[in-house]
Design a protein around this ligand. Structure first.
Ligand code: SAM
Length: 255
């Protein structure tokens, strides 16, 4: 039985910061107070490293809008995905490109992604590698599509302006940079990105009603009472109080 607090906001302490490598600490501790109990993005970073399977249970339940997936390019030579995590988007991109590079800084997430790819059709077309938004291990103009899903934010440690510039550097002229499920559309629009959103009510598909309640206690404590009352494994994003993964911001690079 874990002795950790349930709620992600109090789950980790400064004693857990040793899970970060020097490169990670330099990025993730640069702007905040360095305490995961008051710095929620830092708590997420610790989750990826200390309890990666728990994160994967959540990400697997929060599926991307089908129309958004159809909108993404389906037949290109190369795709780069940055902040690929355990592959929520990566696995949807298989078969759409001859070569995919999935960049992910957290080693435990890379391991889960590599495991999933081993069992997947076209999984051998994906190279999983370490890297950060602001320092991508790829040459200029290498990729037709450069994408990130629920990963890039305006904060420098999670990409910021430098990370967006890096994504554009790696993208071919005439190619597309796409930020899926962006957390700050205005910032991206300020950098010349267009916003697209797909309609329809969306649900998180938990594995069971018990799974819904358990994960909500950690990630959506404000929704636990309602989730328990309904006793369903399918929970609308409205109930959770977050915007659903239905949108993207994109820029076609000048040819
Ligand atoms: C919410 S998860 C999303 C993961 C995956 N894209 C998905 O949709 O399931 C955020 C991801 O961004 C990655 N990340 C955070 N900071 C990063 C950085 N500076 N450079 C690259 N990736 C970063 C994290 O390691 C994590 O995998």
């Amino acid at each position: 039985m874990s002795r950790r607090a349930r709620d992600l906001r109090t789950r980790y302490t400064v004693a857990d910061l040793c899970a970060l490598s020097a490169d990670e600490a330099r990025r993730f501790l640069r702007s905040g107070p360095g305490d995961p109990r008051v710095d929620l993005p830092l708590a997420w970073e610790l989750l990826y490293r200390l309890e990666p399977e728990l994160y994967d249970r959540l990400a697997s339940a929060e599926r991307l809008h089908r129309a958004l997936l159809r909108w993404l390019p389906s037949d290109v030579d190369r795709v780069v995905e940055v902040g690929a995590g355990t592959g929520r988007l990566t696995l949807e991109l298989l078969g759409r490109a001859r070569e995919i590079v999935a960049v992910e800084p957290a080693q435990p997430l890379r391991e889960i992604l590599a495991r999933k790819l081993r069992g997947a059709e076209h999984g051998d077309r994906v190279r999983v590698t370490a890297g950060f938004f602001d320092d991508l291990p790829l040459p200029d103009s290498w990729s037709d599509v450069v994408v990130a899903c629920s990963a890039l934010t305006p904060e420098p440690g999670h990409g910021g302006d430098a990370g967006l510039e890096e994504m554009e550097r790696v993208c071919k002229p005439g190619g597309c940079v796409a930020i899926v499920w962006p957390n700050n559309v205005a910032w991206l629009e300020g950098h010349g990105y267009r916003h697209i959103s797909f309609a329809g009510e969306m649900f998180v598909e938990f594995a069971s009603p018990e799974d819904a309640a358990e994960l909500a206690e950690i990630f959506y404590p404000g929704a636990v009472a309602e989730i328990r009352r309904r006793g369903e494994q399918r929970v609308s994003f409205d109930t959770l109080g977050i915007n659903p993964p239905r949108d993207a911001a994109f820029k076609v690079m000048a040819a």
